[in-house]
Design a protein around this ligand. Structure first.
Ligand code: GSH
Length: 405
């Protein structure tokens, strides 16, 4: 079955430092040769993307498929290369995005918080404090309705509370200060906890898991819509007030996700789904891995790291996704799982595997993969691949965009 979803992995696996010597040194710094190959590919793909964006939906403001996502890419390129033109591009794209906000959704990736947060950071870097402040105020204006959950707001990353939460984290990280007081973050986490406890009670599954979340009546497991994406945030230090609540609410709920693991080491898209088919960041081990690594960091239980390493094996063995080279359900998104493992273990095998997936991405369009609906966007298309390639230039600092803290 999985063969329909992915091409067989054509790359030999890591066998020792010798096989990576053309790629990086013992400290994980890329060789000049490999880094310049990546940089020139980035330039080439950027011009293809710019051309392709001429046909993109002018009214899609979002980070996921629209203009804010392109601004996120340019902001990232500006951080890495320090080129002022990239910041100007970020400004142009985020300004475009702000002209067509959804007025409906509140998250970083699919709603209005993303464009506002990105604009605040762009203005901050351009040293325009008044404009930056206005965007932060507009972002915080949404806070109360997110806490209260007006309109039956879900909790997941793409449309729900933690998707709004990410915008606040993004601001604080990018401003390099607690621009948004931690209490704002804690209030959202409180609301997320209350919502999860309430569904667990309603479904009478408190004994199995004190928290439960759904989205359109499905109990999703993956990073994009599901439990593992939500628990990743609830385990961030200081986000949930009271360590005991993390121990008696979040930890057993994480364990509930752990026991959903298929014999292969992959995870189902939804609770009760027995099809071991999807190995994407959005559904499956490439997204669940972040929850497992965070659980290992917080609780120090070795089994979480073992399960995360298992996720890495699944990603490597299932091969290269036919859906494309993107972040959400493509090769670049899956490669971030290797980078997460490299960061926690410092084992060069994982960096090597990320480099092999990058090699696949650098042959963009040559394998007969499906063309995404938004071929140049951040989460489905080429912008996400470029983002990943740029992150690989500094692997110890790489973070899955719009998700990793
Ligand atoms: N619109 C997307 C694109 O063009 O890239 C395709 C939709 C897609 O792949 N969705 C993901 C998925 O796993 C979830 S975000 N779909 C279910 C499947 O592949 O069976």
């Amino acid at each position: 079955m999985s063969e329909q979803r992915a091409f067989k992995n054509p790359y030999p696996d890591y066998t020792g430092p010798g096989c990576a010597q053309d790629l990086f040194d013992m400290q994980g710094n890329l060789t000049q040769h490999f880094a310049s190959r990546i940089s020139s590919k980035i330039s080439e793909l950027l011009s293809v993307m710019e051309n392709g964006l001429k046909n993109a939906d002018p009214r899609d403001c979002t980070g996921y498929t629209g203009w804010a996502g392109i601004a996120v890419l340019y902001l990232h390129l500006h951080s890495i290369f320090g080129e002022p033109l990239f910041l100007q591009k970020a400004l142009d794209y985020v300004s475009h995005s702000l002209r067509s906000l959804t007025q409906r959704w509140v998250t970083f990736l699919c709603g209005d918080a993303g464009p506002l947060a990105v604009a605040a950071v762009v203005y901050h870097r351009l040293q325009k404090p008044h404009e930056a402040e206005e965007c932060v105020n507009r972002l915080l204006h949404l806070h109360q309705s997110v806490v209260q959950g007006k309109g039956r707001l879900p909790d997941e990353l793409l449309y729900g509370r933690v998707g709004y939460l990410y915008s606040l984290i993004f601001i604080n990280q990018q401003f390099q200060q607690e621009k948004i007081p931690i209490q704002y973050i804690q209030q959202i986490c409180d609301a997320v906890l209350a919502s999860g406890q309430s569904l667990s009670q309603r479904n009478r599954i408190q004994e199995q898991t004190p928290l439960m979340y759904d989205w359109y009546q499905e109990e999703y497991v993956g990073a994009a819509h599901g439990l593992s994406g939500i628990y990743y945030y609830l385990m961030q230090p200081g986000f949930v007030v009271g360590e005991e609540r993390v121990s008696y609410l979040v930890k057993p709920s994480v364990n509930y996700v752990c026991q959903l693991m298929f014999p292969s080491g992959n995870y189902p898209p939804c609770v009760g789904d027995s099809r071991d088919l999807l190995v994407h960041w959005c559904h499956g081990s490439p997204g669940v891995i972040y929850m497992l690594i965070q659980a290992f960091k917080v609780f120090g239980v070795r089994q979480y790291l073992e399960d995360a390493l298992h996720c890495g094996e699944v990603i490597w063995q299932r091969g290269l996704l036919k859906k494309g080279y993107g972040l959400c359900h493509g090769a670049a998104g899956n490669a971030y799982g290797f980078l997460a493992l490299f960061k926690i273990t410092q084992d060069p095998k994982h960096l090597y595997r990320a480099c092999m997936f990058a090699d696949w991405c650098m042959n963009y369009g040559k394998h007969g993969c499906r063309t995404p609906d938004t071929p140049f966007s951040l989460f489905e298309g080429m912008a996400g691949t470029i983002y990943f390639l740029a992150d690989l230039l500094q692997p110890t600092r790489a973070k899955f965009p719009a998700f990793e803290v």
